[in-house]
Design a protein around this ligand. Structure first.
Ligand code: AMP
Ligand code: MG
Length: 393
């Protein structure tokens, strides 16, 4: 049995980034850009008004202008002003030639009869309220480095320079196989001795949260032939295969031998961790295969702590093992030494609390949990105030 730390090292040694692929901007959220991105145009691409007001060539000695023009946002005509003239202008509208400043409408008085604009304040200086060409970026500027994850703000940034298509690391297609004779799908009626398949919907949600789009479920009973067929088929179709259940040492746990028959090479099996000791990781060529023990809390923990980092790396992310933050434990915690624990926790304020109900079948604490907390392998008593790694859910 190896430690979690060794498992991370073995998985990292098999990391390989996915293939760059072109994607529509509007579908790119959560992807990682596979090449440096340069601005196609300057932004703004013309000097424009930051306010609704009046544009003119500003001179501290002047306090009156004659309004001779109206410029709206989107006006594309060339306009110009003579000295002493001003333009009524709106936010985003192009500054007329001959003007260099905008005075907000709240700071002026305007007589529509005479078209005379008066301004008494002293807040304005030359250049006020004008957004200059290229003040966000110049044409050809590097605006996004390879390896950056696309957030909604990045989507906006890329749209602002006119990019509708970009190159990102592709997201793998993932198949998952749910095993267990006792399982019934949610929505069906349970018979005595059956339980609902909670791992399927949960895995699907976890994969979606990771940004995986192509997800295919397979359901098989604890039957070796059917499992073998499902594994073989899934390995034909997907770059990543995840299995739930059937990886322990029970008489009906066939996952490991079926994976071997399918040509999957074991990277490791069984970890000094709780929950999720009988975790299996393997590869078949470039394909990743992860078999997770069936208990639902093990599935969530194994996925988040071991599977997700591999998927994220495949999709171009760096530093995939890093905890989100370190926080002091709220209360003393006693654990069994010799195992790394990943416990359901709740960050509140500047502390993290270990929640009640840590059994691996028990999902109730997820109603309030917002993180998993990693508790060191060697430790037994972990005193309140100890800084512990925290991973948000
Ligand atoms: P296994 O790893 O197949 O021995 O399963 C361990 C425990 O997890 C058993 O109590 C199973 O009933 C339960 N289990 C297995 N698969 C699921 C599932 N898809 N949803 C909920 N519980 C499951
Ligand atoms: Mg089972």
């Amino acid at each position: 049995m190896i430690s979690v730390e060794e498992a991370r090292k073995i998985l990292s040694a098999h990391f390989k980034v996915g293939i760059p692929t072109s994607i529509e901007l509007r579908k790119s959220l959560g992807s990682v850009v596979a090449e440096d991105v340069y601005a196609l145009i300057p932004v703004p691409s013309f000097d424009n008004s930051a306010m609704d007001g009046y544009a003119m060539k500003f001179d501290e000695k002047e306090s009156e202008w004659k309004v001779t023009l109206l410029v709206r946002a989107g006006d594309t005509s060339e306009t110009s002003l003579e000295p002493g003239e001003a333009a009524r202008i709106f936010t985003g509208a192009k500054i007329p030639r001959g003007a260099d400043t905008v005075i907000p409408q709240e700071l002026v008085s305007y007589d529509p009869e005479t078209k005379i604009l008066k301004y008494q304040h002293e807040k304005i200086t030359t250049g006020s309220n004008v957004r200059l060409t290229g003040s966000q970026c110049q044409k050809g500027d590097l605006i996004l480095s390879q390896g950056t994850r696309i957030t909604p703000g990045v989507v906006g940034l890329l749209a602002s320079v006119g990019l509708s298509q970009l190159t990102v690391y592709s997201r793998p297609s993932v198949g998952y196989i749910i095993t267990g004779d006792e399982l019934q799908q949610v929505g069906a009626t349970l018979r005595e001795g059956e339980i609902y398949n909670s791992n399927g919907p949960m895995l699907e949600a976890l994969l979606q949260q990771t940004g995986i789009k192509k997800i295919t479920p397979y359901h098989v009973p604890d039957d070796k032939e059917q499992l073998q067929r499902a594994i073989d088929m899934a390995l034909e179709e997907h770059e990543v295969l995840i299995l739930s259940g059937g990886i322990s040492v029970g008489d009906y746990d066939f996952v490991k031998e079926c994976l071997e028959s399918a040509g999957v090479v074991e990277l490791f099996y069984k970890l000094k961790q709780r929950p999720g000791k009988p975790f299996f990781a393997g590869k078949k060529g470039e394909q990743w295969i992860f078999a997770l023990p069936g208990n639902p809390a093990s599935v969530l923990s194994c996925y988040n702590q071991l599977v997700k980092p591999c998927l994220k790396h495949l999709m171009g992310e760096q530093e995939v093992w890093k905890p989100d933050l370190y926080l002091p434990l709220k209360k003393d915690h006693n654990k069994k030494p010799g195992f790394t624990f990943f416990v359901k926790g709740r960050v509140s304020g500047r502390e993290v609390e270990v929640l009640q109900g840590q059994q691996s079948f028990n999902l109730q604490a997820f109603n309030v949990a917002n993180c998993l907390v990693e508790l060191e392998e060697e430790k037994d008593l972990i005193p309140a105030g100890t800084l512990v790694p925290v991973y948000y859910l």
